[in-house]
Design a binder for this molecule. Structure first.
Ligand code: 5AD
Ligand code: FES
Length: 348
């Protein structure tokens, strides 16, 4: 793997023979004059380490019921202004089958923290999905070691659980009744159980500092994340943060680009939240370090109800439309769609 620190543009700011340290990351995040350089640099690191193929992961949003109260999230328990739904096993499997027929090689099952989906219910769903020839990612929040172990044994391959922010004070403010240590415990358990582990953060939360974003990036490196998803915070009108300002697309892109530079061979999605703030956001992300897209494969009738933040893209679209749309966009920038399962290169 190349050493990317010896670069002319930041020559005066970078120590030789090592990747960016915290103060260098902070300088880059604060200095907008070299953004183009940063994005091109991350794009090259991406091309050199994970190649040109873009992995598509079909996202199934199977329940919007959540017992948590994250201040930023539209699915929070206190939001009585959404119609709650839960998709049961037969329908989940038919959604998955449809996605497989469209060529998806990875399915991502995402939901709020919905206690209805007990360990046994999840095992049934996982086993059902694994009968199709797909890699399976879960994104269902904090569970016990025993649950994670059972899901792994049932066939789950990967798990997404963003740390959201490594600033403990901010974490506490944003997540009443949750606890940072338990979040870390989940990440450690998942690693130990042999999952490919995805994490990530929100960019632009109220009171979030540039320094803490630098810590977030270093945290991804420290825990040896296999995947990192980064998205701008978008205020939801039915949450306590409704009057907060939105995160910046550009800053989120910079955090993502730096993550690529520090973790050259991981999988990084061009996130839906980026596209929500910028009509060409996912393509810009794919050209600034990202190598994954997670198109929604959930049936159209549920989409508007999975309103984590407002103005989510593709709310009225069918899974087939999203697949065609993103495929064409990816090809228009000279990239190709991966035909393999897209396991992480970050192994060993
Ligand atoms: N804006 C942007 N992203 C959000 N998420 C939750 N709420 C918001 C919001 N208001 C993100 C969190 C979570 C992921 C599923 O969605 O980072 O991990
Ligand atoms: Fe559902 Fe936070 S409110 S995960």
């Amino acid at each position: 793997m190349g050493n990317y620190a010896n670069t002319k543009v930041y020559g005066t700011m970078l120590k030789e023979d090592k990747l960016f340290n915290k103060s260098e990351i902070i300088n880059i995040l604060k200095d907008s004059s070299k953004n183009d350089w940063l994005f091109k640099y991350a794009d090259k690191v991406r091309a050199d380490n994970v190649g040109d193929a873009v992995h598509l992961r079909g996202l199934v949003e199977f329940s919007n019921i959540c017992k948590n109260s994250c201040k930023y999230c539209g699915l929070r328990l206190e939001n009585h202004n959404i119609e709650r739904y839960r998709i049961l096993i037969e329908e989940i499997l038919s959604i998955v089958e449809n996605a497989v027929n469209m060529g998806y090689k990875t399915i991502v099952l995402q939901s709020g923290e919905d206690s209805y989906f007990s360990k046994d219910k999840m095992i049934e769903i996982i086993e059902g999905i694994k009968k199709f020839d797909v890699a399976l990612t879960l994104s269902i929040g904090e569970r016990s070691y025993e649950d994670y172990k059972a899901f792994k044994q049932a066939g789950a391959d990967r798990y997404l659980i963003r740390i959201e922010t490594t600033d403990r004070e901010l974490y506490k403010q944003m997540h009443p009744n949750m606890n940072f240590e338990n979040r870390i415990r989940c990440l450690k358990d998942l690693k130990e159980l042999g999952y490919e582990v995805g994490t990530g953060c929100l960019v632009g939360l109220p009171n979030q500092t540039i320094e803490s974003l630098a810590d977030d990036i270093l945290f991804f490196k420290e825990i040896e994340a296999d995947m990192v998803g980064i998205g701008p915070f978008i205020p939801h009108p039915q949450t306590p943060l409704k009057y907060a300002s939105s995160g910046s697309f550009e800053l989120a892109l910079k955090v993502m680009a730096l993550t690529r530079i520090l973790l050259p061979d991981i999988n990084i999605p061009a996130t839906t939240a980026m596209e929500t703030l910028n009509p060409n956001g996912r393509i810009k992300a794919l050209q600034s370090g990202a190598n994954v897209v997670m198109p929604n494969v959930t049936s159209t009738k549920y989409r508007a109800k999975y309103e984590i933040y407002p103005n989510k893209i593709c709310l009225n679209d069918k899974p087939e439309k999203c697949r065609g749309c993103i495929g064409a966009k990816i090809e228009s920038i000279g990239r190709k769609i991966a035909t393999n399962y897209g396991f992480s290169h970050n192994k060993g």
